[in-house]
Design a protein around this ligand. Sequence first.
Ligand code: NAD
Ligand code: MG
Length: 388
Amino acid sequence: MRRKISIFGATGSIGQSTLDLIGRAPEDYDVVALTGGGNVAQLAADALKFGADVAVIADEACLPELRAALAGSQTEATAGQAALLEAATRPADWVMSAIVGAAGLEPGLKALEQGATLALANKESLVTAGKLLMETAAKHGARVLPVDSEHSAVFQALVGEDMGAVERVIITASGGAFRDWPLERLAGASVDEASSHPNWDMGQRITIDSASMFNKALELIETREYFGIDPEKIEVLVHPQSIVHALVGFQDGGLMAHVGPPDMRHAIGYALHYPTREKLPVERLDLAHIGQLEFSNPDPKRYPALRLAYEVMGRGGLSGAVFNAAKDMALDRFMARQIGFTQMADVVKATLDQLLPDDGLIDAPMTLDNLRRAAHLGQSTAQSVTPR
Ligand code: NAD
Ligand code: MG
């Protein structure tokens, strides 16, 4: 049976990998909505190729260009935040959430409200509002499937297992661009240097977040939200080869590791075909050729972001929204060359120190309004603090 699918953030790295899989069996899918931030040419080309019902460009200034590119086709062209949310209400069986940042939250919620299976790459929405997303899914009988390599790995290792027997969850980290740099050089690392990843080909923001391990910090929180695991049972292990994505440790001492190539089409494809496993066009690993796998504990001095994630998990409430917003602002400031690489963690820490004790803010009910308020404060505080 043909399935109706929509892809939010279709023009990005995850979105394009998703379309690559869809394009290999177009007869299996009806594409409802494709969305992009500002890349009209890519969005229009894909909308035409896949015969999408609607193409949404987030940047409203791009609407005339999108309309022109889609003129004479069956695809409707729309733009802006309201159009994005409208597209998310169009009935779909499977929705890919691959917008980057907290902007992915509301379309994801709308998709869940109409009962769609949400393949969630947008980890920021889970960090910001995990409880709200999961409650919305439960309320509408919808499902959230992880599309992050580590969380897909944990999910796969848990199939058929009793959560009560889980002792710990270990997510791996490549160590990012600066794993082997002398610590004293980190402060001077440039945006270009932080934007190249040793193993994965991803969007620029998540690549820089990998170098600082803010990405892993988000993923610690993501692990807690997906699987309901206590923070003290979640660990990060540095694994430079990036082929063991996660391990689940059980109370009988057994560890189930998920091993696969560093190619997001595996996690995307698993979520696309769940609960069956279909043939996927990813590399088959030659372990004898790889020869050795290395593991080590992350150095807290090199990766201060990890400790901040545990602080946020301990605090709970709306602290994830503050953390994600502060992290995004620190990243913006680094990318604008206003602060140095190591100062991103200083900025986020100073923001948390200032805002987490505010119980009126952090312990407010998790509504969209309160989330916006918390994110706004996280953002404005991170914008104004002077890093050490
Ligand atoms: P990307 O930057 O390549 O793509 C982001 C997409 O979101 C693009 O389509 C962009 O146009 C759109 N977008 C950006 N800002 C928007 C806004 N304000 N409103 C609407 N649309 C907007 O990013 P990516 O690497 O594909 O990552 C997407 C998500 O998946 C992120 O949450 C990231 O953390 C997560 N993720 C990515 C990878 C990866 O390998 N790339 C792995 C795991 C998780
Ligand atoms: Mg990941």
